[in-house]
Design a binder for this molecule. Structure first.
Ligand SMILES: Cc1cc2nc3c(=O)[nH]c(=O)nc-3n(C[C@H](O)[C@H](O)[C@H](O)COP(=O)(O)O)c2cc1C
Length: 182
């Protein structure tokens, strides 16, 4: 798990290769096995592999989503705020789980933020996606995750030396020395 975490990077270029159904199933299961507040499981997921829809979804934001047009798969992460007042945390953890599961299956992925983002001057990214995918009014869209076989190589994650200074022991300000195992 630690080396998986170290190797995970945001991948935005993908091979022109489909993701196998068994891998998709495993990724979804990882998300469904996530912890959630009061075990409410307020999330829902839309798996998109239709090329035309992916191209349309890639236009959800003014920037930062265009690469989705060339991804083989997108998971759109939804949640019901009526089921959980902490749906953002719940859905974010589920998204992290699916990203790590994808990594374990030799797939690359990248989180595309949707909540609080704009499609255009008057239309939010959420409104745009809800209309496109026929998502009911009561549900919110947190993000999308682009998934596919990596078409780019990235170096392992490195912890910036100064970030090790932000760790404290027992009381804010009491610095705790963390050895940089990376
Ligand atoms: C909440 C969140 C929102 C993000 N939104 C986007 C996005 O909209 N588009 C994008 O290309 N990357 C997005 N990313 C990926 C970050 O840019 C990336 O995680 C960061 O630059 C660190 O790089 P790494 O993932 O390779 O470690 C997002 C990541 C997180 C956690």
């Amino acid at each position: 798990m630690l080396s998986l975490i170290k190797q995970r990077r945001s991948i935005r270029i993908f091979q022109d290769r489909k993701v196998e159904k068994t891998k998709i199933d495993q990724i979804v299961q990882a998300a469904l096995l996530s912890p959630s507040s009061k075990n409410n499981n307020p999330w829902k997921f839309i798996l998109v592999d239709d090329k035309e829809v992916l191209v349309e979804l890639s236009d959800a934001k003014e920037g930062g989503s265009q690469f989705l047009a060339k991804a083989p798969l997108s998971v759109v992460v939804l949640a019901d705020p009526e089921q959980s007042d902490v749906w953002i945390e719940d859905a974010s953890i589920a998204t992290t789980m699916l990203i790590l599961a994808a990594q374990d299956l030799d797939l690359g992925s990248c989180w595309i933020q949707i909540r609080e983002r704009k499609h255009s001057e008057r239309v939010s990214s959420e409104e745009f996606i809800k209309k496109l995918l026929g998502i009911p009014k009561n549900l919110r869209v947190l993000c999308m995750v682009a998934i596919g076989y990596p078409g780019e190589e990235k170096t392992e994650k490195q912890i910036k030396e100064r970030k090790l200074d932000d760790i404290y022991q027992n009381h804010f300000g009491n610095k705790m020395r963390i050895s940089n195992i990376y």
